[in-house]
Write a protein that binds this ligand. Structure first.
Ligand SMILES: O=C(CO)[C@@H](O)[C@H](O)COP(=O)(O)O
Length: 216
């Protein structure tokens, strides 16, 4: 199975964001965490920073909206150059309509689930999506510990996706590092977001290579 490492810039130095983006050349995409201080108890950034990120990297942008009312905002991120826009099923009014609107623009649609949200009720929606984002920490902050109790959810999704032969990736987000990535991979994830593990290191790109090596 092909795998993808997406560093999260939530753990980068925002005052030097342009340089921070140049420190991860072997990443498969940049994970862009948008938080509104309503859906999650933290505020990160919005469209101006998204536009600055787009202007300062050639890597694909994997945008994760942790916001209320994604139906209202998601298309702006698509139009600003996102490759993938994931929004939370707990926040969306009309997830299928929004996924179709994203895909009509040529942008991949991701369905994100909080740790407390079961996956089973949403499996039948997956043909409408390109990615399922399973949170492996409570959304809102970087640097938390990996919730391995989410692995049954990843396994259930993997079994369904394989049985239905859907071209849907499974992204895990939160607490991913060299010690946890193998657990998530074995459960069936193929896209791995890593924030603090990458950006707290002296050489972020070496961490990306180490994570890739841990999967090979
Ligand atoms: O969405 C989130 C947090 O809500 C994540 O993308 C974190 O930014 C990942 O950070 P680490 O757990 O890898 O430090």
């Amino acid at each position: 199975m092909k795998t993808f490492i997406h560093p999260s810039i939530l753990s980068a130095d925002f005052a030097r964001l342009g340089e921070e983006l140049q420190r991860i050349p072997d990443a498969d995409a940049v994970h862009v965490d948008v938080m509104d201080n309503h859906f999650v108890p933290n505020l990160s950034f919005g469209m101006p920073i998204m536009e600055a990120v787009k202007a300062n990297t050639d890597l694909p942008l994997d945008v994760h909206l942790m916001i209320e009312d994604p139906d209202r905002w998601a298309l702006q991120y698509a139009d600003a150059g996102a490759d993938t826009v994931s929004f939370h099923v707990e926040a969306a009014q009309a997830p299928i309509r929004l996924a179709r609107e994203l895909r009509d623009r040529g942008v991949k649609a991701g369905l994100a689930l909080r740790p407390a949200t079961p996956v089973e009720p949403y499996l039948e929606l997956l043909p409408e999506f390109d990615m399922l984002l399973i949170m492996t920490v409570e959304p809102g902050f970087g640097g938390q510990s990996f919730l391995d109790v989410m692995m049954p959810k990843v396994r259930t999704a993997r079994e369904y996706i394989d049985a239905e032969q859907l071209p849907v990736r499974i992204e895990v987000d939160g607490g991913i590092n060299a010690a946890t990535i193998g657990t998530a991979f074995k459960a069936g994830a193929d896209v791995f977001v890593a924030g603090s593990a990458v950006y707290s290191a002296a050489e972020p790109n070496q961490v990306i290579k180490d994570l890739q090596a841990a999967l090979s």
